[in-house]
Design a protein around this ligand. Structure first.
Ligand code: FRU
Length: 472
């Protein structure tokens, strides 16, 4: 069986409970340089070593944010899928913990979600200690089935449910692509909802106990890693809408009655580039009710002991735009604690603004907020040593190659917030109406540095902060 171009390669310890755990008693050699490697993200999560992909099981419990993730702890490439685990008190400073779910005789551990079963609907909890329940896909050469594990010690150790698998829908869909269960609590109906990728779209199942699931409906046009959540439009609790989301950052807005999602229009996208398989925290009390998303950053880390990274956690909101309600994505407010303001200017020419940025080293971790008045330029932007960070083409309404027209069409101003880390770039345009992420090209010895370009453009504002690292 081939997956992401690699063949399946399982290593069993023979006991049937999991793989031999090289993380137990794991004192990593060369601790001094850990987290200080040349391309190590300094304010994003990456695993100490090995491959990572999708964020899994995002859940807030007892003051801790949990980030599980698709992980191959043994190699830099995709294989041996396990659930890695990290915790944080603020979604910014992360601590990596031992592997949560190891492959077993039934297969490898693919993506899924986690919930806290406050009402003990599953019976796995103990009085005063609700179970954390993970629902995930087990991948084997011939099928993908949905399974469950639970933890009574804040996600540190897990018990796989003896009644697994819960759902095996391969024959029904005549397809092996049945995976990535996304579970949420549907409060009005007091039942659980699972959104599952099945063949070419997202199916909805319901359950009263997280174990027995009933098929309800299907929405076509999505692929992998579903998400489904409700958000107020413009913060108005009286006007809420549901969002169905897919791995490639496309979404539909519509209504949901606990069994069927009814889209009000076709698909939109709002985030592009390296981001993939983003997931939001499950909806029973997240810290303060914000809808927070973490995306996988598909950013290759050549020559490093680790590969890929997570992107910044962002808050998702639904806001009315000139085209109707749309999703916005902005880094969470907790990121601000990392910023050390380093300069602020107004109304500069392109060359003056480039000059202000020239004092920052090409390798600094920086936050740059800049508003560009486009005037009569046909194309304009900001580049770093030849790599285009922001690139707007007015003829085609294209922003970094994607269709986009500025929110503020009357003055033709575009505001970009740019987060530069050692190996990544994330850009949020016009308050998060559109965002994208990409690899920060390794320094190729090009001394050009930062450069604004575009005929007659004005940099109406420029603000720069250094970004502190998160590792001890
Ligand atoms: C998305 C994905 C998921 C799958 C996982 C396997 O990147 O393909 O659909 O569960 O990765 O690692």
């Amino acid at each position: 069986s081939a997956w992401k171009g690699k063949s399946l390669h399982l290593q069993f310890n023979g006991s049937g409970t999991g793989m031999s755990n090289i993380y137990q008693d794991d004192r990593i050699a060369g601790q001094d340089s850990l987290y200080r490697e040349r391309r190590r993200p300094q304010y994003h999560f990456s695993s100490r070593r090995g491959w990572i992909n999708d964020p899994n099981g995002l859940v807030f419990h007892d003051g801790e944010y949990h980030l599980f993730y698709q992980h191959n702890p043994y190699e830099r490439e995709w294989e041996n899928m396990s659930w890695g685990h990290a915790v944080s008190k603020d979604m910014i400073h992360w601590q990596e913990l031992p592997i949560a779910l190891h492959p077993d005789k039934s297969g490898t551990m693919f993506s899924g979600s986690a919930v806290i079963d406050y009402d003990n609907t599953s019976g796995f909890g103990k009085p005063g200690n609700p179970a954390m329940v993970a629902l995930y896909t087990v991948d084997s050469p011939d099928r993908q089935v949905q399974s469950l594990a639970y933890s009574l010690d804040k996600g540190r150790t897990w018990t796989k449910f003896p009644g697994n698998p819960l759902i095996d829908s391969k024959e029904k869909w005549n397809s092996k692509d049945t995976r990535d269960p996304r579970v949420l609590w549907y409060a009005p109906g007091k039942h659980w909802v699972m959104v599952l990728n099945e063949r070419d779209g997202h199916s909805i199942y319901t359950s009263s106990n997280l174990k027995d699931w009933t098929y309800q409906s299907h929405v076509t046009g999505f692929w992998e890693c579903p998400d489904l959540f409700e958000l107020p439009v413009d913060g108005n609790a009286g006007n809420k809408k549901w969002v169905m989301y897919g791995a490639s950052n496309t979404y539909m807005i519509g209504s949901f009655d606990g069994k069927t999602f009814r889209p009000e229009h076709g698909k939109y996208y709002f985030s592009a580039g390296s981001i993939y398989a983003a997931q939001t925290f499950s909806n029973i009390p997240a810290a303060d009710g914000r809808r927070i998303q973490i995306g996988w950053g598909r950013i290759p880390q050549q020559g490093m002991p680790f590969n890929n990274m997570m992107l910044l956690p962002t808050e998702l909101t639904l806001r009315t735009t000139k085209d109707g309600p749309r999703l916005f994505s902005c880094p969470v407010k907790e990121v601000a604690q990392l910023l050390e303001p380093a300069g602020k200017w107004k109304n500069l020419s392109a060359s003056d603004a480039s000059g202000k940025l020239a004092s920052f080293s090409q390798n600094d971790q920086l936050y740059i907020k800049t508003t560009i008045r486009l005037s009569h330029a046909t194309d304009a932007g900001l580049s770093l040593s030849g790599q285009r960070l922001v690139y707007y083409d007015l003829n085609f309404n294209m922003l970094n190659g994607m269709f986009y027209s500025p929110q503020d069409m009357t003055s033709m101003e575009l505001t970009a917030e740019i987060y530069l880390d050692r190996s990544s770039v994330e850009v949020f345009i016009d308050g998060g109406a559109f965002s994208y992420s990409m690899e920060r090209k390794p320094d190729v010895g090009n001394k050009e540095g930062f450069r604004y370009w575009g005929n007659n453009i004005t940099i109406t504002s420029l603000e720069v902060s250094k970004v502190r690292g998160i590792w001890p």
